[in-house]
Design a binder for this molecule. Structure first.
Ligand code: XMP
Length: 181
């Protein structure tokens, strides 16, 4: 049983199920993106999406450019405000390109919607979104990813890039942090 700082972790999605779903998403994405006129650009959001991006791009059987965007959410609360500050912008010019925005988890959707608007302003030809997890019943904005790995319960999750106070990113499955105890 894994623990972080004395809190037990309950496995929600095991390593094999994660890998299988990543392969399925890659098949869908490569089918849609094979129509692109030039190499698609995969934009991963730091830090949480780095593990998912690393696995996803290696399952894609088409050439892709990979870049990362790092944003932080303004405000002190646990919940995202939807107002973003760019910590690290992209190195790649997106104008006229097919772009796949990749994130780890959709909670209220405020952050991703804002980032989607930001990337749209860079005038890509096509902009699609791939999110590995979506918390059920939490969305506050009208935003649906084009590709989704799993719907998950509204619990605090770690593993596969997701962290609890910077720990847990290296776990191969997805775990819920136990609320009591
Ligand atoms: P919104 O609410 O804007 O937030 O959709 C999305 C971002 O919030 C973080 N987040 C989590 N991080 N475990 C985490 O490690 C979680 O259960 C969790 N829920 C939300 C994450 O950074 C995501 O991109």
């Amino acid at each position: 049983m894994w623990e972080i700082r004395g809190k037990k972790l309950n496995m929600l999605i095991d390593e094999e199920s994660v890998a299988k779903r990543v392969r399925e998403l890659a098949r869908e994405i490569e089918r849609d993106f094979s129509e692109a006129e030039s190499e698609p650009v995969v934009v991963g959001l730091l830090k949480g999406a780095f593990v998912f991006v690393a696995d996803l791009i290696r399952e894609l059987r088409i050439p892709v450019i990979v870049d990362f965007l790092w944003v932080s959410s303004y405000g002190q609360s646990m919940e995202s405000s939807g107002v973003i500050r760019i910590v690290k912008d992209l190195d790649t010019d997106l104008e006229g390109r097919w772009v796949l925005l990749v994130d780890d988890i959709l909670d209220t959707g405020l952050t991703l919607k804002e980032i989607h608007t930001f990337l749209k302003s860079k005038r890509p030809r096509v902009l699609k979104t791939c999110v590995f997890l979506e918390k059920e019943g939490r969305k506050k904005v009208d935003f649906d990813p084009d590709y989704l790995g799993f719907k998950v319960p509204n619990r605090f999750l770690v593993g596969y890039g997701l962290d609890w106070g910077e720990l847990g990113r290296n776990l191969k499955g997805i775990y819920a942090v136990e609320e009591k105890g």
